[in-house]
Design a protein around this ligand. Sequence first.
Ligand SMILES: *Cc1c(COP(=O)(O)O)cnc(C)c1O
Length: 370
Amino acid sequence: MAFKPANNIQDLQYFGEFGGVNPSISDSSTYTFLSAKTMFDTFEGNADGCYLYSRHSSPSNLYLGEALAAMEGTETANVSASGMGAITPVLLQLCDSGDHIVSSRTIYGGTYAFLKNFTPRFNIATSFVDITKLDVVEAAITEKTKVLYCESVSNPLLEVADIKGLAALAKKHNLKLVVDNTFSPLSISPAILGADVVIHSLTKFINGSSDTVGGVVCGTQEFINDLRNVNSGASMLLGTTMDSLRASSVLKNLRTLHIRMQQHSKNALYLAERFEQLGLKTVYPGLASHPSHTLFKSMMNAAYGFGGMLTLDVGSAEKANTFMELMQNKNLGYLAVSLDFIKRFLALQEAQHRPKFQKRNKKKWAYRKV
Ligand SMILES: *Cc1c(COP(=O)(O)O)cnc(C)c1O
């Protein structure tokens, strides 16, 4: 039977404390206890259902976390203030000084910078490898390796990870397989395929409104408890907590994710096929020409398609800039970083053409006094 993650979300029934169809928003930073003993038990993690302090957890965050855990098929989840606020605590929780990570070499720029420039300060080293070659991945594993890290579909090159194959390697070498599934929510369910931890930047498809940053870590109850541990949890101690008001807002947007993803995939496939027919170098996992087309097919929840991301190589930066500006002028999308919005995003390389863009749109930008 095909796994239907979106249905799991829709089947969750939440009632507000007054019977509302949306759960009440928790609007407190801290929580009272009727007895001092319960407070101490909660500190020790032994008072289920009691809230302590909202950096630890809050009812609104738990509602959103439960929905996302249902989507990914994990025991539970912890939401965070951004995608990076999910990724960085996970890696710091799993690795001690002296440990080693094997990571895909094509990953989100912020994650790459964290592993390349930041974790070495804590004596955590990373080998960046071609994640599509399992033999290369295995060869990079050492006695000190603790984590295999990849994105199901990589940002921005759209390389596809063989999650079952990587999970088998992780099991064999006693590693944790951590998968960032930001580019393929619903289409791919990494935990069902064997990943230990699944991460999303909620900023992207899942929230889908380009009105906030957010993140989530989906995993076992034990691992999420570790992350939230008052004395040693990286999420708790680094404080990358999502605000309750925002959690309730993301939860409401989640209800349309299954419809949005189906349409994103339809639109992307349509464009990818046309662009390829026109002779443009087009990368999209839904095209037979994609090197991992068959692999993606073997992993996907077919109803949600091949995702909403495609890349085009038009030959030169100059042509790419002209093309993106043309698309924005024709109101076919926004020339901006990020992805997911109902209006398409066009760009991944913004820095050098932004001043030009602002000048051209002087009136539009004047109020910002740039
Ligand atoms: C955007 C993105 C992130 C980072 O998320 P933020 O919410 O911006 O912190 C991580 N991974 C991938 C694949 C992304 O696209």
